[in-house]
Write a protein that binds this ligand. Structure first.
Ligand code: NAD
Ligand code: MG
Length: 307
């Protein structure tokens, strides 16, 4: 029986898809409805379940991750747990299966995982869960504004945008991040940090994602503004800009045809795995490694420029 930073590897499932597999096999046509489920994806994404090795970089810290049930959020939750942090994750009630799976991996690493189901577009709920996360974890050190919605199952760009789509995208990606940050500031102090999950779409927007791309640009702008405002309090604020990553968001919101060539237009020629994002969040969240890093963006894009 092997151990990986204290977590037993005796009874693991089939190995997850590797980045190399995605490069050689590509992604078959498939479709889901939002918010999307990991179990319905082919191939299954890799969240670092069998590969991420911690080294105590976040020992004793408490992290709140919105959208921590699946995709990038799950990979970050697993990595944070193996780095010694307890985590709380927010997600939609219909994602309970994914949230339970994330919790299992966090607990295998010997850390606590607080589950906070509910819709972050509801202001009262959104504010309440930040405080519940802090209460149940016994404090908060890192807040990751990661939950988002996008919609590309439309005919064209601006002329296809429906008001209900716009509302869902703006409320999830902008309002919820503002409310979350406001509440989080009641708990964060010197050495703590906030990380926004922005996107390559902030730099190089796709026509069909015009509303989503605008929110991702706004998140970067907020991160820079907040870094200036919160620097004097010793709180760092940064963003990660992922490129095309194989997560439930993609089959749930992109057309099936779009998925077959997903990520092939990057210099590295393939989509990224959620696992490949986690080290960026570990670095930015670490009060020692990133002690002088604030107001910046870390691109994890397969080679697409973020400047
Ligand atoms: P994902 O579907 O695994 O995660 C998104 C999560 O957002 C969902 O799991 C869900 O829990 C949460 N969410 C959405 N609406 C919500 C609501 N109203 N209330 C509560 N939770 C809600 O997909 P992902 O790709 O890991 O997305 C994580 C982040 O990465 C997002 O901010 C996304 O914009 C960003 N991103 C993704 C890609 C990509 O190619 N996958 C690229 C760039 C940026
Ligand atoms: Mg999910």
């Amino acid at each position: 029986m092997g151990t990986l930073n204290g977590f037993m590897t005796e009874q693991h499932q089939e190995p997850d898809q590797t980045a190399e597999d995605l490069a050689t096999q590509g992604i078959p046509e498939q479709s889901q409805n939002p918010p999307g489920h990991t179990d319905d994806m082919t191939p299954r994404p890799d969240h670092g379940e069998e590969s991420y090795q911690g080294s105590g970089r976040l020992e004793g810290l408490k992290a709140y991750i919105t959208g921590g049930d699946s995709g990038i959020g799950r990979a970050v939750a697993i990595a944070y747990a193996r780095e010694g942090a307890d985590v709380a994750i927010a997600y939609l009630p219909e994602e309970e299966d994914d949230a339970q799976e994330t919790k299992t991996w966090v607990e295998k690493a010997g850390r606590a995982c607080v589950l906070l189901p509910g819709d972050l577009r509801d202001e009262q709920h959104c504010r309440q869960v930040v405080n519940q996360a802090a209460e149940q974890l016994g404090g908060l050190n890192i807040v990751i504004n990661n939950a988002s919605h996008q919609w590309a199952k439309r005919d064209s760009g601006i002329e296809s945008v429906k008001t209900e789509e716009l509302d869902r995208i703006m409320k999830t990606n902008i309002y919820a991040m503002v409310w979350t940050t406001q509440e989080a500031l009641k708990h964060l102090g010197e050495g703590d940090s906030i990380i926004f999950t922005s996107s390559i779409q902030a730099y190089s927007p796709s026509e069909k994602l015009i509303d989503y791309a605008a929110t991702k640009a706004a998140e970067l702008n907020m991160a820079i503004n907040l870094a200036a405002e919160l620097g004097p309090r010793g709180i760092r604020v940064n963003a990660v800009a992922p490129g095309p990553i194989w997560t439930p968001l993609q089959p749930a919101t992109q057309t099936p045809e779009k998925l077959t060539g997903f990520g092939e237009d990057t210099p590295l020629g393939r989509p990224g795995q959620p696992a490949e994002l986690a080290p960026a969040y570990v670095f930015l969240g670490s009060p020692s490694d990133a002690s002088y890093v604030s107001g910046t963006v870390l691109g994890v894009t397969g080679g697409k420029p973020t400047f």
